[in-house]
Design a protein around this ligand. Structure first.
Ligand SMILES: Nc1ncnc2c1ncn2[C@@H]1O[C@H](COP(=O)(O)OP(=O)(O)OP(=O)(O)O)[C@@H](O)[C@H]1O
Ligand SMILES: Cc1ncc(COP(=O)(O)O)c(N)n1
Length: 279
C-alpha cells in the first residue's frame, strides 16, 4: 500500500444544502489533495436558515459502511462529525478500535449554527467514555468544551484548564475553537500531547456566513495528517485554510451561508498569529 493515494474518511451527517457536515468535509478533502471516503450516520433536511428534519441511519448500516471501507481502502486519518445518538457513538467507537483508520480527529458536533441539536443529551456520556480516549485530537468549540468538561468557560485560564481536563479524559491533543463570540480577534487554543500550548489568533471577519467552519478546520487537519504533516503543522495549516474560506466569501442561501472551499491560500499567509504559551 506504500504508493497508494492518501485516503481519509469522514463519519458524519449529510446537510442537504451542502454547507456543513459531510459535504464540507469532502470539499475540504478534495481541495486539499486527499481522497475522501464517507460513512453516513444521518440525513438532515437543512439549509442556511436552519435544520428542518433529521433521520438517523441504523447502527447496523453504519457498521456495514465502516466494514466496507475498512475491507478495501487504506484510510490513514479519520474524522467524525455529527453522530446524533449514543448507539451511533458506540458503533463508531467499536469500529475505530477494530480497524486501523490511523489518526482520529474527534469533532464533537453538538449544536448547529441555527441552534438545532445534533447530538442527543444522553449521547454526551458515550462520547466522553467511548470516543475521547481514542482520539488523537478533539476539536470542540467553546460551548462543546463546556459540555464535555461540565464547566463554564469565561477566561483564558478556564480555556487552558478545560483543555487539560479533556486530556485527562483521554484526548491526546486538544484544539478549543473560538469562533463563538464577537470579540474582534478570534482565538483558538491548542494543547499538544507534549504539554506545549499556543493560541492561533486572527481578525474576526464580520460575517454570518460561517456554516461549516468547524467541519472545515477539522477536515483540513485530517487531510494534512494524511499528507504527512505533524499534528502542529496540520493544525496551523487548517487554521489558514478555514480563514481563507471565510474571508473569500460566496453568496449562497439566506442565512448562515456556506464557505468558499476553493479559496486560495495566498492572501491568508500573514493573517494568523501563533502565540506560544509559556509553561
Ligand atoms: N467570523 C470569523 N472570522 C474568522 N475566523 C472565524 C470566524 N468564525 C469562526 N472562525 C474560525 O473558524 C474555525 C471554527 O471555529 P468555530 O468556533 O466557528 O467552530 P464550530 O462552532 O465548531 O463551527 P461549526 O459548528 O459551524 O462547524 C476556528 O478556527 C475559528 O477561529
Ligand atoms: C450534518 C451536519 N453536521 C454538522 C453541522 C454543524 O455545522 P454548523 O454549526 O455550521 O451548522 C451541521 N449543521 N450539520
Amino acid at each position: 500500500m506504500t504508493n497508494s493515494t492518501p485516503q481519509v474518511m469522514t463519519i458524519a451527517g449529510i446537510d442537504s444544502s451542502g454547507g456543513a457536515g459531510m459535504s464540507a468535509d469532502l470539499k475540504t478533502f478534495t481541495m486539499n489533495g486527499v481522497y475522501g471516503a464517507n460513512v453516513v450516520v444521518s440525513i438532515t433536511a437543512q439549509n442556511t436558515t436552519g435544520v428542518q428534519s433529521v433521520e438517523m441511519v441504523s447502527p447496523t448500516m453504519v457498521a456495514a459502511q465502516l466494514k466496507s471501507v475498512a475491507d478495501d481502502l487504506h484510510i490513514s486519518a479519520v474524522k467524525t462529525g455529527m453522530l446524533g445518538d449514543a448507539q451511533t457513538v458506540t458503533t463508531v467507537a467499536k469500529a475505530i478500535q477494530t480497524y486501523d483508520f490511523g489518526a482520529f480527529i474527534l469533532d464533537p458536533v453538538m449544536v448547529a449554527k441555527g441552534g438545532a441539536h445534533l447530538l442527543e443529551d444522553s449521547a454526551v456520556t458515550a462520547v466522553i467514555q467511548n470516543l475521547l480516549p481514542l482520539s488523537t485530537l478533539v476539536t470542540p468549540n467553546l460551548p462543546e468544551a463546556e459540555v464535555l468538561t461540565g464547566t463554564t468557560i469565561q477566561s483564558d485560564i478556564e480555556i487552558a484548564q478545560a483543555a487539560h481536563q479533556l486530556q485527562q479524559l483521554g484526548a491526546k491533543n486538544v484544539l478549543i475553537k473560538g469562533g463563538h463570540g464577537d470579540e474582534p480577534v478570534v482565538r483558538d487554543y491548542v494543547l499538544l500531547a507534549d504539554q506545549s500550548a499556543f493560541w492561533l489568533e486572527s481578525q474576526r471577519f464580520a460575517t454570518i456566513k460561517t456554516h461549516g467552519t468547524g467541519d472545515t478546520i477539522s477536515a483540513a487537519i485530517t487531510a494534512r495528517l494524511a499528507l504527512g504533516d505533524s499534528l502542529k503543522a496540520a493544525i496551523i495549516y487548517a487554521k489558514h485554510y478555514v480563514d481563507a474560506t471565510i474571508r473569500q466569501s460566496i453568496n449562497v442561501g439566506h442565512g448562515h451561508g456556506p464557505l468558499n472551499h476553493w479559496a486560495t491560500m495566498d492572501a491568508t499567509q500573514d493573517r494568523i498569529n501563533i502565540v506560544d504559551v509559556q509553561a
